[in-house]
Design a binder for this molecule. Structure first.
Ligand code: P6P
Length: 336
């Protein structure tokens, strides 16, 4: 990044967003406001997560979501909070969410943007106080401003994202995002209610010695994936798997490593969702110098075919993702 534009650690998120916007004289400030709206919802969800055990809002909600997964109470609460913040902010004309079967029309036809969001990823960890997260992607709408949001607005390739990020509700709460000009991390100071720049210009190591995969599924993995995992073991890499994608991704982003969610017999297309999990993290990891594929192609090149489409995911340090992807691509090449 241009040094004279480097902002010091400790800069507030609001000032950082404003200073970055100044670099774009034609910017209208709407994307900046949208990022602020997401950060505000994140502060509210963070507070509710931190008090879940005291407010009887942990545990199962009693419904299944469109994915057939048991909704947790905090899944529902986070979904409501983020959709309300996006609707009230006025910048967003449509939202797709892991917790909503259909595209949500916010009733704001002048909104320039659409958002794809996983309001609370890692739900199974909520009740045992393990880190969880929110993942979001922001796209410019295709349909004309002033009209109703359309399906084509939320069926764009990940390459079209104008911004993407995640909130990690962990030992500290962080917001990490990119607008295509580097990846920047902000740490939340609850006593001040502010996010402060703590990790400017995050870059992922080009190689690593950490692999993150649910080895309980090993027997059902493709043979090439099994071979890669055996190689990781032989190289004495560290196996680190939290069961929260955001937490595993965040660790690998700083230390170097690879997260794998391959196809399994119970999830032949993989478990993770392209639109509101894979695309956002793929944008971030590429901006940080890493890579993300589905084993055959770049995640960001994939044209969604449905709102809740699943895909395999191999994401992290460039050399590690290249190794497994090259091997998987060879599996699919016609025998010479
Ligand atoms: P498994 C959480 O449900 C999630 O979507 C990711 O956060 C996590 O990495 C993965 O699923 C865990 O899935 O099948 O290993 O329990």
């Amino acid at each position: 990044m241009n040094e004279d534009l480097a902002l010091p650690v400790g800069t507030t998120l609001d000032r950082f967003i404003s200073k970055k916007q100044e670099q774009f004289p034609y910017a209208t400030g709407e994307l900046s406001q949208l990022l602020r709206d997401i950060a505000l919802a994140g502060k509210i969800v963070n507070r509710e997560i931190n008090r879940a055990g005291l407010l009887n809002i942990s545990g199962a909600y009693g419904n299944q979501n469109v994915q057939g997964e048991e909704q947790q109470k905090l899944d529902v609460i986070a979904n409501i909070r983020f959709i309300r913040a996006l609707r009230n902010g006025g910048e967003v004309c449509g939202v797709i969410s892991e917790e909503e079967e259909h595209l949500i029309d916010t009733g704001k036809p002048n909104g320039r943007y659409v958002v794809a969001i996983d309001p609370l990823d890692g739900s199974s960890n909520i009740d045992v106080n393990v880190s969880i997260g929110t993942i979001f992607s922001i796209y410019r709408r295709i349909s004309p401003r002033g009209s109703e949001v359309e399906a084509r607005d939320v069926m764009q390739t990940g390459q079209k994202q104008v911004a993407a990020g995640y909130l990690l509700y962990g030992s500290s709460t962080m917001l990490v995002y990119t607008t295509g000009y580097g990846v920047h991390g902000f740490t939340y100071e609850p006593s001040l209610g502010e996010f402060f720049l703590s990790h400017p210009d995050i870059c992922i190591p080009s190689d690593g010695k950490i692999y993150s995969v649910n080895e309980g599924n090993f027997d059902g993995f493709p043979e090439t994936v099994k071979h890669y995992i055996r190689q990781c073991r032989q190289r004495a890499y560290s196996a680190r798997y939290i069961g929260s994608l955001v937490a595993d991704f965040h660790r690998n982003l700083f230390k170097g490593g690879i997260y794998l969610y391959p196809p399994t017999p119970s999830a032949p297309k993989g478990k993770l969702r392209l639109q509101y999990e894979c695309n956002a993290l793929a944008f971030i990891v590429e901006q940080a110098g890493g890579k993300a594929t589905d084993g055959q192609q770049r995640i960001l090149d994939m044209l969604p075919e449905s709102l809740h489409q699943r895909c395999p995911l191999y994401i992290g340090s460039e050399k590690m993702v290249n190794e497994i992807t090259t091997a998987l691509q060879q599996d699919c090449r016609p025998a010479s």
